[in-house]
Design a protein around this ligand. Structure first.
Ligand SMILES: [Zn+2]
Length: 194
């Protein structure tokens, strides 16, 4: 279990800022873990803002919605740079579906953390071919804390780190994940990959 920094360090001079990455495959509970951390920051009366790329319109336009339907209000943004303008005086910045932003996100999250903000990102670490999904590897490198969460292989029940695409599409981005993907362990992923 990830232990967050003490919320008691409320005075700006005491806040150092940090970057946390929550990564994993589809169905691994990344967004649930992001929401858990953000809820706890809110209980500590910290100012929290949540952003997601506007590409992700699967669910409600302005909510980060996880699959267990715990939802939290968020702001869809087109470019990573928009987060800098909108994060304003908040103390904790959550970013969901971070893999859909470009490399500009690296500069943005470093600037935010350097201002003393706690930045928590959730994203897919591998695409449907099992290749690193940029810019997640770079975000993991610059983060103070990286948490990899696992799904359960829908074929054998072991821990799963891979997202198997059931359709034949070769696009990197296919949304609507419940119908299009299943979680797989390494062995089952290799057996089932098209
Ligand atoms: Zn398996």
């Amino acid at each position: 279990m990830f232990i967050e920094p003490s919320p008691n360090t409320r005075r700006p001079a005491e806040r150092k800022g940090q970057i946390e990455v929550i990564c994993g495959s589809m169905f691994s509970g990344k967004t649930e873990e992001l929401i858990r951390r953000l809820h706890r920051a809110r209980i500590a009366k910290l100012k929290v803002e949540i952003f997601k790329p506007s590409i992700d319109k699967r669910y409600h336009e302005s909510d980060v919605v996880s699959h267990n339907e715990n939802s939290i209000r968020s702001t869809p943004v087109q470019f990573a740079g928009d987060i800098l303008l909108l994060a304003g005086n908040c103390e904790v910045v959550g970013i969901d579906e971070a893999q859909f932003f470009d490399f500009e996100l690296l500069r943005v999250v470093q600037l935010l953390a350097n201002q003393g903000k706690r930045v928590i990102l959730a994203g897919l670490d591998m695409d449907f071919e099992g290749k690193p999904f940029e810019p997640m590897p770079q975000l993991m490198a610059i983060a103070e804390y990286v948490t990899k969460v696992h799904a359960i292989c829908m074929k054998c029940g072991d821990l799963a780190a891979f997202s198997l695409r059931l359709s034949a599409s070769k696009d990197k981005v296919v949304l609507g994940e419940k119908e299009s993907y299943e979680a797989r362990c390494r062995k089952c992923f290799l057996e089932d990959k098209k």
